[in-house]
Design a protein around this ligand. Structure first.
Ligand code: ARG
Length: 396
C-alpha cells in the first residue's frame, strides 16, 4: 500500500477516468476521487466508476445549496454576465470545487490535488488559484495538461486497461451545474457553423416550443429570488423549476465567441434558462428600486465582478469588497416581476416593488399629476446656463 495520497477532482468523464490509473502508476499514490455535486450529476454511478478504475476511495460532496447561496445568488445580485452573454455557470462552480478539494485533501491527509483541466482553458486557473489560496501547502497536478495524450490515445489507454468509459458526450466537451450547461469543441469550433440541435440538451428549439406563452411571477426579497407564482421555494428548487420551464420555451440558448483568460478566443454555446430569466427579472426590479447613480455605478461593478469570476479570482478581498457593495445596493430590491416566456424570448411585462422609486403621481400624464411643472422652467434655466454662456462667448 502506498502511503501517499492524491485527491483527484473526478467527473466520471473520459479524462478523469483515465487519470485515476495514470496518477496511481506515475506517482505511486492512493487516489481519492472527489466528485462535487453542483446539481447535475448521477453521483452513484460516478462513485462506482471511480472505484472500478482503481480509486482507493471515492468521496462525493453535495454542494448544491452552497453553490446557490454563496456563489450563484451573489453573482445574480451583482448582475455578473461575462462579455454581455455568459452567466458564468462553469466559472462560478470552479471555486467551490476548489474549496471542496482543499477540504477533502485536508481531511484525507493528501499531499496533492489533481484535476482534469487542459492547459488551454480557464478552469485550470480557477481551480489551481483557488486551491493554492485555501491550502497553500498542497501540490497541484494536472495530468491532462502533462501527458499530451489525444482523445483517441486516451480511449486506447482506457481500452488497454479495460476501463469503463461511457461513449456519451463524445462529440462535445460539456460542463453542467444548476446555473447552466457549457458546450464546446467538435464542430462548434467553426464559428461560422450554426450549432447542431444535438449540442443542446436543456432547451427546445424555438420551432418546437409551445405556441402558447407561459406567464410567471418571480418574487425577490432583498435581491434574492424566493418565490415563483407565490410559492416560496428553496433556491435549488427555484432554479431547477426555471431551467425546466424556460428550457421548454426555448429560453437560455447562448452562442458566444469569448475571450479566455489565457488569451485564446473560443466559441462556446451555453444553455442557461434559469440564469437568463432571473437576470432579466432582477434587472427589471432594480430599475424600479435603484437610484440613477446607484444603477450606473452598479453596472460598472457588474462588469468588474463578471471579469473577476471569469478570471478565477473568487478567493480575494476584492471580491469580498464588491460583494459588500452589491449587498448594500440590494436592501430595497424587494418585489415581484412578471415575465412572459414564449418561443425563445423571455420578456419582462410587469414589475412592482414595495419601496419603488417609480411613483405614479410623478410619472403620470393623466390627472393626479404631482410633478411641479413651474419648477421645470427654473431648472432648465440654471441647467442650461453654462451651455448658453459658452455659446455666447465661444460661438460654435
Ligand atoms: N468557457 C466557459 C468558461 O470558461 C466554460 C468552460 C468549460 N466548458 C466546457 N465545455 N467544458 O467558464
Amino acid at each position: 500500500m502506498p502511503d501517499k495520497k492524491i485527491v483527484l477532482a473526478y467527473s466520471g468523464g473520459l479524462d478523469t477516468t483515465v487519470a485515476v490509473p495514470w496518477l496511481k502508476e506515475k506517482y505511486d499514490a492512493d487516489i481519492i476521487t472527489v466528485t462535487v455535486d453542483l446539481g447535475m450529476v448521477d453521483l452513484e454511478s460516478i462513485r462506482q466508476r471511480a472505484i472500478q478504475v482503481g480509486a482507493a476511495k471515492a468521496v462525493t460532496v453535495d454542494a448544491k445549496d452552497t453553490l446557490v447561496k454563496e456563489f450563484l445568488f451573489p453573482a445574480l445580485m451583482a448582475g455578473a454576465i461575462y462579455e454581455d452573454q455568459y452567466p458564468l455557470a462553469t466559472a462560478l462552480g470552479r471555486p467551490l470545487i476548489a474549496r471542496c478539494l482543499a477540504e477533502a485533501a485536508k481531511a484525507e491527509g493528501a499531499y496533492a490535488v489533481a484535476h482534469g483541466c487542459t492547459g488551454k482553458g480557464n478552469d485550470q486557473v480557477r481551480i489551481e488559484v483557488g486551491v493554492a489560496a485555501l491550502a497553500p501547502g498542497l501540490e497541484l497536478i494536472a495530468p491532462i495538461r502533462d501527458w499530451g495524450m489525444s482523445r483517441q490515445e486516451e480511449i486506447e489507454y482506457a481500452n488497454e486497461r479495460n476501463l469503463p468509459i461511457s461513449p456519451s458526450n463524445s462529440k462535445f466537451s460539456v460542463d453542467e451545474n444548476l446555473w447552466g450547461r457549457s458546450v464546446e469543441a467538435g464542430e462548434l469550433e467553426d464559428p461560422w457553423l450554426e450549432p447542431p440541435e444535438e449540442a443542446y440538451a436543456w432547451t427546445r428549439a424555438v420551432a418546437d416550443a409551445p405556441d402558447e406563452p407561459a406567464y410567471i411571477e418571480v418574487r425577490f426579497d432583498s435581491g434574492i429570488p424566493v418565490a415563483i407564482d407565490g410559492e416560496i421555494m428553496a433556491g435549488t428548487d427555484l432554479i431547477r423549476h426555471l431551467n425546466t420551464l424556460g428550457g421548454d420555451h426555448g429560453i437560455g440558448r447562448i452562442d458566444q465567441v469569448e475571450n479566455r483568460l489565457v488569451g485564446i478566443k473560443s466559441r462556446e454555446i451555453y444553455e442557461a434558462p434559469a440564469a437568463v430569466i432571473l437576470h432579466a427579472a432582477h434587472r427589471a426590479l432594480e430599475a424600479m428600486t435603484l437610484g440613477k447613480d446607484q444603477a450606473r455605478t452598479k453596472a460598472r461593478i457588474a462588469q468588474e465582478y463578471a471579469d473577476l469570476v471569469y478570471n478565477g479570482l473568487w478567493f480575494t478581498a476584492h471580491r469580498q469588497d464588491l460583494d459588500a457593495y452589491v449587498s448594500s445596493t440590494q436592501r430595497y430590491v424587494t418585489g415581484d416581476v412578471r415575465l412572459r416566456l414564449h418561443k425563445g424570448a423571455c420578456t419582462v411585462v410587469g414589475r412592482k416593488a414595495t419601496q419603488s422609486l417609480y411613483q405614479y403621481s410623478l410619472a403620470t400624464y393623466d390627472r393626479g399629476d404631482e410633478f411641479d411643472h413651474a419648477a421645470a422652467q427654473g431648472f432648465i434655466s440654471i441647467y442650461g446656463l453654462p451651455v448658453r454662456t459658452q455659446n455666447r462667448i465661444q460661438p460654435q
